[in-house]
Structures are given as C-alpha cells and as structure tokens.
Design a protein around this ligand. Structure first.
Ligand code: GDP
Length: 420
C-alpha cells in the first residue's frame, strides 16, 4: 500500500488516502462443492503472492503482525476475506460458504461483494448447487464471470459445459478463450480478445504469451467471429461498429465485454485448470478488466428513521459500513467490515446502528494470505477486519454518530464463528 502515491483527503486535514476505490475488486468465488473453489482460491493467492515473494520492496512502514500460529491454522482459507494484489489492483477475496446450510451467510457475503467468479467443473458442467448459488447471485444483481475449471480432466469438454450453462442458468455466454490441447495435454488457452496464446509449463514463473499456434488459427478465427456476433447482438455501440466494418476492434470488444458483464447482459466464459501453476492468471486479468469496482455499482441503500437513504462510495461522505462476519482468531475477535461510504480511522468512535451503541475502532487490519497488515484507516469500497468491537454482530451497520443509517434490518445477527 505504502508504495502507492498518496494524496490529501479534502475536508479531513492530515488524512491521506492510499488508493482509489476504482482499483478495488471485491470478489467472491461461487461454486458447487468439489468444482474446485478451494484449489482456485489457493492458486489465486499463490499467483498474487509470487510477486511479493520475488522481491517486491517494502519500505518498512507497513509493520506486519504476522503470526506463524495463524498461518499454521490456515487463515488463508478460513478468513472471511483475504486481500491480494494483481496488476495494480487490490482484490478482496470474500469467502462465500459453498454449502446451502449457510444460506444466510451466502446472502450476506453476496451483499458485500461487487462481482463473482462462478467455478464449474469441465466434466460435470452445471450441478444442482451451482444453480442455487447462481440464482442467489441473480437476486443480488452480482455481475459474474464463469470459469470452467479442470480442463485437464479426462472427459473435460468446454463446449458441453458452456451449453449446460446456457441451458440451465440462461445467461448469454460470451466465450473468450479456446483451449490448447485437451485433458492431460491441456497446456493453455488462446485469448480470443487479443488473439494470442497463453501457455503455462509446469513450474513456470509466469504464463508465456505467444502467437496463436498454426493448427488452431482457423478455429480461433471462427470462434472470435462467434464472440463478436454475440457481443454485437447485445451491445449497441459494438453493433454499430460491427455493421460498419464487419468486425470489432480489440478495444471495442473489451469495452463491450466489460459493459455486458457489469449490466448482467452477458457472462464472459473462461476455461483453465487450477492444477496448472499459472492456470488462473488469465482469470485474474479478466476480474480486473471486466468486473466492477465499488464505484461502478449502485450506491448502497439504508434507512434512517424509516426514511430511505443512499450512500455513494465516497471517502468524504459519512461513514457507513456493514459487519458481515465475526471470527475469533489468535489475533483476537476480528469483525470483517465492508466500508460502503466514508472513511474509518483507527481510534474512531463509531455508532453501531443495530445495537444503538458506540463502538471504538481498535485496530484496522488488512488480512493477507500470510499476515495481517495494520492500517491507519479504511475508506469507501474497502473490506477490512477490525479488532476491538465489543458488541457488533454480523449484519450490523457501523456509521458516523452524527449520520446514523441502518443497512440491514436488525434481528438478523448471527453468533460469533470460532475458527479452529
Ligand atoms: P471445492 O469443494 O469447490 O472447494 O473444491 P476443491 O478445490 O476442494 O477441489 C475438489 C477436488 O477437485 C479436489 O480433489 C481437487 O484436487 C480437484 N481439483 C481442483 N481443481 C482441479 C483441476 O483443475 N483439475 C483437476 N483434475 N482436479 C482439480
């Protein structure tokens, strides 16, 4: 964080912001049990952590309270939200329980994320549970990217999986990749937007970019054409260019894919294998390129004395944050918050609109794969963990004492979850 340029926050002398909400992605991974959610998550943390391991310079201001005991306990997987960085963006990975028994919790996590990756098994395609989570995400209007995982498995079939997505979930699938090789010989993808090949040898430090292999050129051109047609059909500006020129430029195609993803009028489909070291990198690129930032989603709504209010993702607006999970960890009781508007500083006294009590923000932490970074403040759009809240329960709103707001009706609070 500390390496990013900082600027003064107007109206808050001395306060500094270290990022803009435009470079944040609050992301969930939705999947049927066994589709590979855990493996994909691990791969993402690995892929994004490598930059750090390979000598990223820390200037010492970010003192970490890395706790080996917690690492042993696997905070990477059990934390309600883990932050990682990709291509100058901050990705907050929000855990969405894969099990239908946690329907309330799924609902709450769907509320705090701005976009999701739905993981499918390349052999099984859409399974019953993927259907129910998909519908929940529909209800919350969560923009999605589909990731057809396990392309290395015997019987993996991208076209069949896409077909089952179309038939059972009814989105307009926009397939942006062509697999290179099949099953055990699956070695990469052709990126149909940039018309280049991405291959990943096992153990490679990074995916290798190259020209589309000779034997796949005709098929790649055919699929690019299909993609352009599907996009032009749904996007007026793209249609205009397509009619004028008979084709779409890469820039128009990318912008249209982003618009269609954010409006929910199309779902970008990627394929890959979490078994390949670099197999999730194109997925991370797509998350950054297509899924919305906190600034691209509608303002959050809440009530104040029965009156409906809206709050935009503005760091200078009054504070409104939702507690979505409380976890007891070795560091203490962590309350995970999504800050929707305003700025929250360490030491601030905030108002818990649900209990009707004041709460003091003790420490603010950014939870990473292997450590916790203490923060001075969290701003609109961010997801952080706070230590020191005494009575705040999941579902509660924290807000500025002079601008109370309730984001979720009271009475939906859940017990504290203990992480073994
Ligand atoms: P979750 O239940 O959705 O979290 O799924 P997991 O990540 O635990 O994966 C379920 C099973 O699929 C495990 O045995 C994984 O090793 C396996 N798996 C995950 N990703 C892949 C993949 O890309 N290819 C293959 N062949 N197996 C995978």
């Amino acid at each position: 964080e500390s390496r990013r340029p900082v600027r003064r926050t107007p109206g808050r002398p001395g306060a500094m912001r270290t990022h803009t909400p435009a470079t944040v992605r609050n992301l969930g991974i939705l999947a049927h049990v066994d589709a590979g959610k855990t493996t994909v998550t691990e791969r993402i943390l690995y892929a994004t952590g490598v930059t750090h391991k390979r000598g990223e310079v820390h200037d010492g201001t970010a003192v970490t309270d890395f706790d080996p005991q917690e690492r042993d306990r696997g905070i990477t997987i059990f934390a309600a939200a883990v932050t990682c960085a990709w291509d100058s963006h901050r990705i907050n990975l929000i855990d969405t329980p894969g099990h239908v028994d946690f329907a309330d919790e799924v609902e709450r996590s769907l509320r705090v994320l701005d976009g999701a990756v739905a993981v499918f098994d390349a052999v099984a395609g859409v399974e019953p549970q993927s259907e129910s989570v998909w519908r929940q995400a529909d209800r919350h209007g969560v923009p999605r990217i589909a990731f057809v995982n396990k392309m290395d498995r015997a019987g993996a079939d991208l076209d069949a999986a896409v077909d089952s997505i179309r038939r059972r979930l009814h989105p307009a699938p926009l397939v942006v990749q062509l697999p290179i090789g099949a099953e055990g010989g699956f070695t990469g993808v052709v990126d149909l937007v940039r018309m280049r090949a991405l291959t990943w040898a096992d153990g490679a430090e990074a995916a290798e970019r190259g020209p589309v292999p000779e034997e796949l050129r005709a098929e790649a051109a055919r699929r690019r054409h299909l993609l352009e047609e599907a996009v032009a059909e749904r996007h007026p500006a793209a249609l205009e260019e397509y009619c004028d020129r008979g084709t779409l430029g890469d820039g128009t195609l990318t912008a249209a894919l982003r618009d269609l993803t954010r409006s929910g009028d199309g779902v970008v489909v990627l394929c890959g294998s979490a078994y390949r070291d670099r197999g999730v990198e194109p997925l991370l690129d797509a998350v950054v390129a297509y899924l919305p930032s906190p600034l691209d989603v509608p303002p959050v709504r809440g009530t104040h004395h029965g009156e409906e209010r809206e709050r935009a993702a503005d760091p200078d607006a009054p504070l409104a944050a939702l507690a979505f999970k409380v976890q007891a960890t070795a560091t203490g009781r962590l309350t995970f918050l999504r800050v929707y508007s305003g700025t929250m500083e360490k030491g601030d006294t905030v108002w818990d609109a649900t209990t009707g009590r004041g709460e003091r923000i003790g420490r603010i932490l950014r939870v990473r794969a292997d450590r916790h970074d203490p923060l001075e403040r969290a701003v609109a759009g961010d997801i952080v963990a706070v230590v020191g809240l005494k009575g705040t329960r999941p579902g509660a709103t924290l807000c500025a004492p002079d601008a109370p707001l309730v984001l979720e009706p009271p009475g939906t609070a859940e017990p504290v979850v203990h992480v073994a």
